[in-house]
Design a protein around this ligand. Structure first.
Ligand code: SAM
Length: 243
C-alpha cells in the first residue's frame, strides 16, 4: 500500500496530493499576485529582493526558477542579465506569468511545464536552481532535491526560500492567529476561494523545521548547506552547492 502524505492537515495518497495541489494553483492563478500582496502586507516583494541578492545572478548565467509560478523571482533575475527558464507543474500559473512578462517587456525568458520531481532537462545544464515558496507543495521533496542536484553544473548553486515556523514565541502566536483566521477570509472575499488559502496556511505549518530541511539538502548531495532565517525565522533562505 502506498504511504499517505499530507495535503495540508489531511492525509491523502501521493497522487491525490499532486492533483489537489494542481487544483489549488489553477484556482488561485488569476488572483495570485494580488493575494500575495494582501497576505504578506507587501512583504513578499522585500523577501524576493533579498533572495535574489543572495543568489547573485550574473549576466549570461543559465538559471532554472522551479515552481516559478507567475514569474516574480524570474523577472528579478532576468533584470540582472541571467537567462532564466521558468518551470512549474501548473500551466495556468505559467500562463499568467507569460502575460505579465509581455506586459513588462521581458522577452528572453523560457516558460516550461515541468514537475520538480522528474525534470526533462539534461544533467549539468544550469548554473543555479531557485525555488521560492514552491517546495512545500511538492509531494516527494527528496526527489525534487535530487533532480535539482542532477541538473546543476559543478559549482552550481541551489537556493530555496520557504516559510518556516518562527522560534520567537510571541511572534509565532501572532503569526499563527493571522495565518489561520485572516488569510482564508481574505482568500474568500478576494479570490472567492477559502479552501485553497486554508491549504496554503496548513502547508506552511507542516513544512519541516529549517534544520531538518537543511539535512535534506545535504542528503541530496549538496555541500555547505545553510539556512538563513529572515524576519524572526518566519521565512528561511536555504542554500547549498554542487561540487
Ligand atoms: N515561486 C512563485 C512565487 O514565489 O511567487 C510561485 C510560488 S506558488 C506559492 C507555488 C508554486 O509551486 C505553484 O505555482 C505550483 O504550481 C508550484 N508547484 C507545486 N508543485 C509542484 C511540482 N511538483 N513541480 C513544480 N511546481 C510545483
Amino acid at each position: 500500500m502506498t504511504d499517505k502524505v499530507n495535503f495540508g492537515d489531511e492525509l491523502v495518497s501521493p497522487e491525490e496530493k499532486t492533483r489537489r495541489v494542481g487544483a489549488v494553483f489553477s484556482s488561485v492563478a488569476r488572483r495570485y499576485d494580488i493575494m500575495n500582496d494582501l497576505m504578506s502586507g507587501g512583504m513578499h516583494r522585500l523577501w524576493k529582493d533579498r533572495f535574489v541578492n543572495r543568489v547573485k545572478p550574473r549576466a549570461g548565467e543559465e538559471i532554472l526558477d522551479m515552481a516559478g509560478g507567475t514569474g516574480d523571482v524570474a523577472f528579478r533575475m532576468a533584470k540582472r542579465g541571467a537567462r532564466v527558464t521558468v518551470s512549474d507543474i501548473n500551466a495556468d500559473m505559467l500562463a499568467v506569468g507569460e502575460r505579465r512578462a509581455q506586459r513588462k517587456g521581458f522577452t528572453g525568458l523560457t516558460w516550461k511545464v515541468e514537475n520538480a520531481e522528474s525534470l526533462s532537462f539534461a544533467d549539468a545544464r544550469f548554473d543555479a536552481y531557485t525555488i521560492v515558496f514552491g517546495i512545500r507543495n511538492v509531494t516527494d521533496i527528496p526527489a525534487a532535491l535530487r533532480e535539482a542536484f542532477r541538473i546543476l553544473k559543478r559549482g552550481g548553486r541551489f537556493y530555496c526560500m520557504e516559510f518556516s515556523s518562527s522560534d520567537w514565541p510571541g511572534f509565532s502566536n501572532l503569526y499563527d492567529a493571522w495565518a489561520s483566521n485572516v488569510i482564508p477570509r481574505i482568500g474568500k472575499s478576494v479570490a472567492g476561494d477559502e479552501e485553497s488559502y486554508r491549504y496554503l496556511v496548513e502547508s506552511i505549518r507542516r513544512f519541516p523545521h529549517p534544520e531538518a530541511f537543511k539535512h535534506m539538502v545535504t542528503e541530496a548531495g549538496f555541500v555547505r548547506a545553510a539556512a538563513e532565517p529572515m524576519l524572526g525565522g518566519l521565512v528561511t533562505i536555504h542554500s547549498g552547492w554542487k561540487i
